[in-house]
Design a protein around this ligand. Structure first.
Ligand code: SF4
Length: 76
């Protein structure tokens, strides 16, 4: 049976929350009877995205409050 997990891809300091947060991916790993298939990525999220969405300030694409800014690809 296939297995689904959230895996951390990257950890980075975020100025908006003043701490380190993770870029996570929801991955589906194939069943044991399909060993040659690579895992598939279903979705991405920030580990702190839900809290940022609710804090009332525009922040970034992962919180859904500022689609023009992605801290995980910024060059600061
Ligand atoms: S959702 Fe965006 S602003 Fe909030 S912690 Fe994650 S990267 Fe930073």
């Amino acid at each position: 049976m296939a297995e689904k997990n959230w895996e951390t891809l990257k950890v980075q300091y975020c100025h908006h929350v003043d701490k380190e947060v993770g870029l996570e991916a929801e991955m589906v790993f194939p069943a044991d009877i399909l060993p040659d298939q690579p895992p598939r990525i279903l979705a991405h999220r920030c580990s702190h995205g839900l809290a940022c969405n609710l804090d009332g300030r525009p922040s970034c694409i992962w919180a859904g409050t500022n689609p023009a800014y992605d801290p995980f690809i910024s060059k600061e």
